[in-house]
Design a protein around this ligand. Structure first.
Ligand SMILES: Nc1ncnc2c1ncn2[C@@H]1O[C@H](COP(=O)(O)OP(=O)(O)OP(=O)(O)O)[C@@H](O)[C@H]1O
Length: 351
């Protein structure tokens, strides 16, 4: 186990800057998810950490040991003590589970209890040791792949979209089990994904990449509630972005007056999460509704909640996410107001 520190790392492929001056610190024993759209450089970053690629500039260090950059001879992948879990197909099909897990162990450690310990860690039954990979579900295979990567006690485990081939429910249970296993073994982990829910729900810290650059790195709730710019806001969840005018800690916009996370002045873009848009149905007490009036255009019902698209009287279209227990129907008149604090962004170039 060790911390991971990436400082000013750049990697180009011809004219493409795949990773552009990225700096990131992953504390010992913590778990960072790298989130970004396809082609933003996530896998390249992971391959640089693993040692499959070398940076043109910048340094990568495990603990105090620089493994690449800074004029030092790069440490080859096999001596970096990195565990790597790819999307799928990581297991050797001709070996049973025990042999797969023991693959990276020193000869001396192979006869030990390490296989049983690892099966226990990834929450698989002990008798799975004699099964072959084709006798396991996709989620079980990924747990074995993690067990194999953890068996030699790596400094860092790198996971490259390891759940993307699994269906939704298996994905959730497998990712939680993997997270628990990393936590129980106090292993430093980095997972790359383009799935916002996965990135937010599993991580101690989320690192958001765009066009090769790291645009924000913070705790999941901070990335969600206080994204560094409106593009990050729209990438990590649904967002209602409205023009507004700020004066100190308040701003006015099409949804009325809102309270800001930080005081500012002048023209701003306001980022409001749909679950902050409260819908007053006003069915029972007409005339008593509070908020800005609009008409429901569309309701998408998901069971646990629903998404309600409302056209305000001034023509602005606003999305609300509300409980699925009691919700309006298309054509209903509703009143909207904003609850909680709202993040304001000044136009680019203004102080
Ligand atoms: N070996 C390579 N040669 C040339 N270009 C490459 C190479 N590997 C990656 N790239 C380019 O570098 C950029 C970043 O690619 P990368 O695979 O790191 O993105 P990603 O965020 O992991 O994408 P995805 O989510 O689709 O896997 C892309 O523009 C890609 O085309």
């Amino acid at each position: 186990m060790s911390s991971l520190t990436i400082t000013g790392v750049t990697k180009r492929f011809g004219a493409t800057v795949a990773v552009d001056d990225v700096s990131l610190h992953v504390p010992n024993g913590s778990f960072t998810t790298v989130l970004g759209p396809s082609g933003c450089g996530k896998t390249t970053l992971l391959r640089l950490i693993a040692g499959f690629l070398l940076p043109e500039s910048g340094t990568i260090a495990f603990g105090d040991t620089v493994v690449a950059g800074d004029g030092v001879r790069p440490m080859p992948p096999q001596t970096r003590r990195v565990g790597y879990v790819p999307q799928e197909g990581a297991l050797f099909p001709h070996l049973d589970v025990a042999a797969n897990i023991a693959f990276g162990l020193d000869k001396g450690a192979r006869g030990s209890d390490r296989v049983a310990e690892m099966l226990d860690l990834v929450e698989l039954p002990a008798d799975f040791r004699s099964r072959r990979p084709d006798e396991l579900s996709g989620g079980q295979q990924q747990r074995v792949a993690l067990a194999r990567s953890l068996a030699p006690k790596p400094a860092v485990v790198l996971l490259d979209e390891p759940f993307s081939s699994l269906d939704a429910s298996l994905r959730d249970s497998t990712s939680r089990a993997v997270r628990r296993a990393l936590e129980a073994s106090n292993t430093t982990g980095v997972l790359v994904t383009h799935d916002q829910n996965e990135a937010l729900s599993l991580a101690d810290e989320v690192a958001v990449m765009r066009g090769g650059r790291l645009v924000q790195s913070a705790a999941p709730s901070e990335v969600y509630l206080s994204p560094s710019d409106p593009q990050v806001a729209e990438f990590v969840g649904r967002a209602v972005v409205l023009p507004g005018t700020a004066s100190e800690a308040r701003a006015t916009c099409a949804l009325g007056e809102v309270v800001l996370t930080e005081p500012t002045e002048g023209e701003v873009s306001l980022m409001i999460r749909p679950e902050q848009v409260f819908v007053d149905l006003a069915r029972d007490e007409p005339g008593k509704a509070v908020g800005v009036r609009g008409t429901v255009e569309e309701v998408s019902y998901y069971g646990h909640d629903c998404a309600v698209q409302v056209r305000l009287d001034d023509g602005t279209s606003v999305l609300s996410r509300m409980s699925g227990v009691r919700h309006p129907a298309a054509g209903d008149t509703v009143h909207l107001r904003v609850t909680g604090l709202v993040r304001a962004y000044r136009p680019a170039g203004t102080p």
